[in-house]
Design a protein around this ligand. Structure first.
Ligand code: AP5
Ligand code: MG
Length: 200
Protein backbone atom coordinates (compact mmCIF):
# COMPACT_ATOMS: atom_id res chain seq x y z
CA UNK A 1 0.00 0.00 0.00
CA UNK A 2 1.01 3.61 -0.53
CA UNK A 3 -0.29 6.11 2.01
CA UNK A 4 0.24 9.84 2.14
CA UNK A 5 -0.96 12.74 4.26
CA UNK A 6 -1.83 16.13 2.77
CA UNK A 7 -1.13 18.51 5.62
CA UNK A 8 -1.73 22.24 6.03
CA UNK A 9 -3.77 24.95 7.70
CA UNK A 10 -7.49 25.59 7.00
CA UNK A 11 -7.90 26.88 3.46
CA UNK A 12 -4.44 25.80 2.26
CA UNK A 13 -5.95 23.75 -0.60
CA UNK A 14 -5.96 20.24 0.88
CA UNK A 15 -9.42 19.39 -0.47
CA UNK A 16 -8.78 20.95 -3.89
CA UNK A 17 -5.48 19.12 -4.38
CA UNK A 18 -6.70 15.83 -2.85
CA UNK A 19 -9.35 15.42 -5.55
CA UNK A 20 -6.73 15.76 -8.28
CA UNK A 21 -4.22 13.49 -6.53
CA UNK A 22 -6.65 10.61 -5.96
CA UNK A 23 -7.71 10.80 -9.63
CA UNK A 24 -4.12 10.70 -10.80
CA UNK A 25 -2.73 8.07 -8.43
CA UNK A 26 -5.74 5.85 -7.67
CA UNK A 27 -5.74 6.39 -3.91
CA UNK A 28 -8.78 6.50 -1.60
CA UNK A 29 -9.46 10.03 -0.31
CA UNK A 30 -10.18 10.17 3.43
CA UNK A 31 -11.16 13.67 4.59
CA UNK A 32 -12.32 13.76 8.20
CA UNK A 33 -13.93 17.17 7.55
CA UNK A 34 -16.02 15.73 4.68
CA UNK A 35 -16.92 12.63 6.71
CA UNK A 36 -18.04 14.79 9.65
CA UNK A 37 -20.10 17.10 7.41
CA UNK A 38 -21.80 14.01 5.95
CA UNK A 39 -22.69 12.87 9.50
CA UNK A 40 -24.21 16.33 10.13
CA UNK A 41 -26.23 16.16 6.90
CA UNK A 42 -27.47 12.68 7.89
CA UNK A 43 -28.36 14.02 11.36
CA UNK A 44 -26.62 11.15 13.13
CA UNK A 45 -25.80 11.40 16.86
CA UNK A 46 -22.09 11.63 15.94
CA UNK A 47 -22.89 14.51 13.57
CA UNK A 48 -24.94 16.33 16.18
CA UNK A 49 -22.06 16.10 18.66
CA UNK A 50 -19.42 17.11 16.10
CA UNK A 51 -21.37 20.15 14.97
CA UNK A 52 -20.97 21.90 18.33
CA UNK A 53 -17.18 21.84 17.89
CA UNK A 54 -17.06 22.55 14.15
CA UNK A 55 -19.31 25.61 14.31
CA UNK A 56 -16.85 27.23 16.72
CA UNK A 57 -13.77 26.20 14.73
CA UNK A 58 -12.63 23.79 17.45
CA UNK A 59 -11.41 20.24 16.96
CA UNK A 60 -13.80 17.32 17.36
CA UNK A 61 -12.56 14.94 20.13
CA UNK A 62 -9.78 12.56 19.08
CA UNK A 63 -11.70 9.34 19.85
CA UNK A 64 -14.53 10.37 17.50
CA UNK A 65 -12.30 10.99 14.47
CA UNK A 66 -10.00 8.03 15.18
CA UNK A 67 -13.05 5.75 15.31
CA UNK A 68 -14.25 7.14 11.97
CA UNK A 69 -10.86 6.54 10.32
CA UNK A 70 -10.67 3.02 11.75
CA UNK A 71 -13.98 2.06 10.18
CA UNK A 72 -13.03 3.66 6.84
CA UNK A 73 -9.78 1.69 6.71
CA UNK A 74 -11.79 -1.48 7.30
CA UNK A 75 -14.35 -0.55 4.66
CA UNK A 76 -11.64 0.01 2.02
CA UNK A 77 -9.39 -2.89 2.96
CA UNK A 78 -8.63 -3.64 -0.71
CA UNK A 79 -7.43 -0.10 -1.45
CA UNK A 80 -4.13 0.52 -3.23
CA UNK A 81 -3.48 3.24 -0.66
CA UNK A 82 -4.98 6.22 1.17
CA UNK A 83 -4.69 9.97 0.97
CA UNK A 84 -5.45 11.46 4.40
CA UNK A 85 -6.77 15.05 4.23
CA UNK A 86 -7.29 17.02 7.46
CA UNK A 87 -6.19 14.03 9.55
CA UNK A 88 -4.20 13.60 11.77
CA UNK A 89 -4.67 16.97 13.46
CA UNK A 90 -3.21 16.16 16.89
CA UNK A 91 -0.19 14.11 17.95
CA UNK A 92 -2.59 11.62 19.60
CA UNK A 93 -4.31 11.14 16.21
CA UNK A 94 -0.93 10.67 14.49
CA UNK A 95 0.08 8.01 17.01
CA UNK A 96 -3.27 6.25 16.63
CA UNK A 97 -2.92 6.30 12.83
CA UNK A 98 0.55 4.75 13.00
CA UNK A 99 -0.88 1.94 15.16
CA UNK A 100 -3.88 1.32 12.87
CA UNK A 101 -1.63 1.19 9.79
CA UNK A 102 0.93 -1.09 11.40
CA UNK A 103 -1.88 -3.56 12.19
CA UNK A 104 -2.44 -3.62 8.42
CA UNK A 105 1.32 -4.09 7.83
CA UNK A 106 1.61 -0.69 6.18
CA UNK A 107 2.65 2.87 7.10
CA UNK A 108 2.64 6.51 6.02
CA UNK A 109 5.14 7.01 3.19
CA UNK A 110 5.15 10.78 3.02
CA UNK A 111 3.57 13.92 4.51
CA UNK A 112 3.17 16.78 2.05
CA UNK A 113 2.60 20.10 3.82
CA UNK A 114 1.06 23.04 1.96
CA UNK A 115 2.48 26.36 3.13
CA UNK A 116 0.22 29.43 2.82
CA UNK A 117 0.26 32.74 4.74
CA UNK A 118 -2.49 33.47 7.28
CA UNK A 119 -3.77 36.50 5.34
CA UNK A 120 -4.16 34.44 2.14
CA UNK A 121 -6.00 31.69 4.07
CA UNK A 122 -8.46 34.15 5.61
CA UNK A 123 -9.06 35.77 2.22
CA UNK A 124 -9.75 32.38 0.55
CA UNK A 125 -12.10 31.15 3.27
CA UNK A 126 -14.11 34.38 3.52
CA UNK A 127 -14.55 34.25 -0.26
CA UNK A 128 -15.68 30.62 -0.15
CA UNK A 129 -18.01 31.47 2.75
CA UNK A 130 -20.06 33.67 0.38
CA UNK A 131 -21.34 30.54 -1.37
CA UNK A 132 -20.25 27.34 0.44
CA UNK A 133 -22.87 27.24 3.18
CA UNK A 134 -20.13 26.09 5.58
CA UNK A 135 -20.94 27.62 8.96
CA UNK A 136 -17.25 27.84 9.87
CA UNK A 137 -16.44 29.97 6.76
CA UNK A 138 -18.87 32.84 7.27
CA UNK A 139 -17.26 34.74 10.12
CA UNK A 140 -13.68 36.04 10.24
CA UNK A 141 -13.26 35.43 13.98
CA UNK A 142 -14.16 31.72 13.57
CA UNK A 143 -11.70 31.45 10.65
CA UNK A 144 -8.98 33.08 12.80
CA UNK A 145 -9.84 30.65 15.61
CA UNK A 146 -9.46 27.67 13.22
CA UNK A 147 -6.00 29.02 12.37
CA UNK A 148 -5.10 29.49 16.07
CA UNK A 149 -6.23 25.91 16.82
CA UNK A 150 -4.09 24.72 13.90
CA UNK A 151 -0.99 26.53 15.26
CA UNK A 152 -1.48 25.18 18.77
CA UNK A 153 -2.77 21.63 18.27
CA UNK A 154 -1.90 20.63 14.70
CA UNK A 155 1.54 22.11 14.03
CA UNK A 156 3.15 19.69 16.54
CA UNK A 157 2.05 16.91 14.16
CA UNK A 158 4.52 18.35 11.61
CA UNK A 159 7.36 17.83 14.12
CA UNK A 160 6.15 14.28 14.74
CA UNK A 161 6.60 13.42 11.05
CA UNK A 162 9.80 15.48 10.69
CA UNK A 163 11.32 13.22 13.34
CA UNK A 164 10.28 10.25 11.21
CA UNK A 165 11.96 11.88 8.16
CA UNK A 166 8.68 11.95 6.21
CA UNK A 167 7.89 15.67 6.01
CA UNK A 168 8.10 17.75 2.83
CA UNK A 169 6.97 21.37 2.57
CA UNK A 170 5.40 22.53 -0.70
CA UNK A 171 4.52 26.14 -1.55
CA UNK A 172 0.71 26.34 -1.41
CA UNK A 173 0.36 29.70 -3.19
CA UNK A 174 0.18 30.04 -6.96
CA UNK A 175 -2.15 28.35 -9.44
CA UNK A 176 -3.92 25.09 -8.55
CA UNK A 177 -2.11 23.37 -11.45
CA UNK A 178 1.34 24.60 -10.42
CA UNK A 179 0.83 23.29 -6.90
CA UNK A 180 -0.53 20.00 -8.24
CA UNK A 181 2.60 19.61 -10.41
CA UNK A 182 4.87 20.05 -7.40
CA UNK A 183 2.82 17.56 -5.34
CA UNK A 184 2.72 15.01 -8.19
CA UNK A 185 6.49 15.13 -8.68
CA UNK A 186 7.08 14.46 -5.02
CA UNK A 187 4.56 11.59 -4.97
CA UNK A 188 6.08 10.00 -8.09
CA UNK A 189 9.57 10.14 -6.57
CA UNK A 190 8.33 8.57 -3.35
CA UNK A 191 6.43 5.82 -5.21
CA UNK A 192 9.53 4.97 -7.26
CA UNK A 193 11.66 4.76 -4.11
CA UNK A 194 9.13 2.51 -2.42
CA UNK A 195 8.96 0.24 -5.48
CA UNK A 196 12.74 -0.07 -5.76
CA UNK A 197 12.99 -0.85 -2.03
CA UNK A 198 10.37 -3.59 -2.26
CA UNK A 199 12.07 -5.03 -5.36
CA UNK A 200 15.48 -5.22 -3.67
P1 AP5 B 1 -11.84 20.48 7.40
O1 AP5 B 1 -13.02 20.19 6.59
O2 AP5 B 1 -10.68 19.58 7.35
O3 AP5 B 1 -11.44 21.96 7.09
P2 AP5 B 1 -10.08 22.76 7.23
O4 AP5 B 1 -8.86 21.99 7.50
O5 AP5 B 1 -10.40 23.85 8.19
O6 AP5 B 1 -9.79 23.32 5.85
P3 AP5 B 1 -10.68 23.48 4.60
O7 AP5 B 1 -11.31 22.23 4.19
O8 AP5 B 1 -11.54 24.67 4.83
O9 AP5 B 1 -9.53 23.91 3.59
P4 AP5 B 1 -8.62 23.03 2.63
O10 AP5 B 1 -7.21 23.05 3.08
O11 AP5 B 1 -9.25 21.71 2.33
O12 AP5 B 1 -8.67 23.96 1.35
P5 AP5 B 1 -9.68 23.91 0.09
O13 AP5 B 1 -9.11 23.05 -0.97
O14 AP5 B 1 -11.05 23.67 0.55
O15 AP5 B 1 -12.29 20.58 8.95
C1 AP5 B 1 -13.44 21.31 9.34
C2 AP5 B 1 -13.69 21.09 10.83
O16 AP5 B 1 -13.97 19.71 11.07
C3 AP5 B 1 -12.51 21.41 11.76
O17 AP5 B 1 -12.47 22.77 12.13
C4 AP5 B 1 -12.82 20.51 12.97
O18 AP5 B 1 -13.85 21.06 13.77
C5 AP5 B 1 -13.39 19.25 12.29
N1 AP5 B 1 -12.35 18.26 11.97
C6 AP5 B 1 -11.99 17.81 10.74
N2 AP5 B 1 -11.01 16.90 10.83
C7 AP5 B 1 -10.72 16.77 12.15
C8 AP5 B 1 -9.78 15.99 12.88
N3 AP5 B 1 -8.92 15.18 12.25
N4 AP5 B 1 -9.77 16.11 14.24
C9 AP5 B 1 -10.63 16.92 14.88
N5 AP5 B 1 -11.55 17.70 14.25
C10 AP5 B 1 -11.60 17.62 12.90
O19 AP5 B 1 -9.52 25.42 -0.40
C11 AP5 B 1 -10.03 26.50 0.34
C12 AP5 B 1 -10.51 27.60 -0.63
O20 AP5 B 1 -9.40 28.11 -1.34
C13 AP5 B 1 -11.49 27.08 -1.71
O21 AP5 B 1 -12.46 28.06 -1.95
C14 AP5 B 1 -10.59 26.84 -2.92
O22 AP5 B 1 -11.29 26.98 -4.12
C15 AP5 B 1 -9.55 27.94 -2.75
N6 AP5 B 1 -8.24 27.57 -3.29
C16 AP5 B 1 -7.66 26.32 -3.28
N7 AP5 B 1 -6.45 26.36 -3.86
C17 AP5 B 1 -6.24 27.66 -4.23
C18 AP5 B 1 -5.16 28.34 -4.88
N8 AP5 B 1 -4.04 27.70 -5.26
N9 AP5 B 1 -5.28 29.67 -5.08
C19 AP5 B 1 -6.41 30.34 -4.70
N10 AP5 B 1 -7.46 29.75 -4.11
C20 AP5 B 1 -7.38 28.43 -3.86
MG1 MG C 1 -10.81 20.56 3.21
Amino acid sequence: MFNIILFGPPGSGKGTQSEKIVDQFGLVHLSTGNLLRQEITDKTPLGMEARNFMDKGQLVPDEVVIGMIDSCLEKHSAAKGFLFDGFPRTVAQAEALDKLLSLKKTAISKVLALEVTEEELVKRLLKRGETSGRSDDTNESIIRNRYAVYKKETEPVAQYYTQQGKMEVIKGEGSVDEIFDALSKSIETEMEEQQSLSAS
